[in-house]
Design a protein around this ligand. Sequence first.
Ligand SMILES: [Zn+2]
Ligand SMILES: [Zn+2]
Length: 170
Amino acid sequence: MNQSDANDRMRARGTDGTTLDIIVDDSDSLPHGLVRLRSGVIAVTHVYCPNGHNLIREDSDARFNGYPGITLKIKGRDEEGLVIVSPIHGDDTRFGAVDFHPGEITRVSCPQCDAELPVVQECGCTPGSRLVGLYLDPELVEGSQVVLCNSWGCLRSRITDRFQIISRLD
Ligand SMILES: [Zn+2]
Ligand SMILES: [Zn+2]
């Protein structure tokens, strides 16, 4: 097997991990690089840490219906590592070397600068759970955010544009 075959295999394995049956139609553009797919769900194409690092790498091999994933650094009780979550809201597919216990409270941070994502509000799914936020714009505009729970396995999340909810999962 030559090197290019190996690369192709790697790419195939890293591709299309999503479990949703989603028809991609990104002609309906929303602000902040958000995309509404034909099935109605929203995909995020860039998202920023509190220091302005983009956590979506366009050249990433971890793709979800063609969209590159969001890379987060997650630290639980006993271990930490990088987890790549789907940029498609409502899709709980993820890649990563680590796995945590359901309901385990984690510290979610930027893989580049380790800045912890700011707490937006309590979640309430389990004691100590918090909704933490990423920013949709490099200017870090509060209220235009992707918000997710720091309790492993909790899918409560939302995408907001100037505090207006564009998409939510409770
Ligand atoms: Zn950062
Ligand atoms: Zn939660």
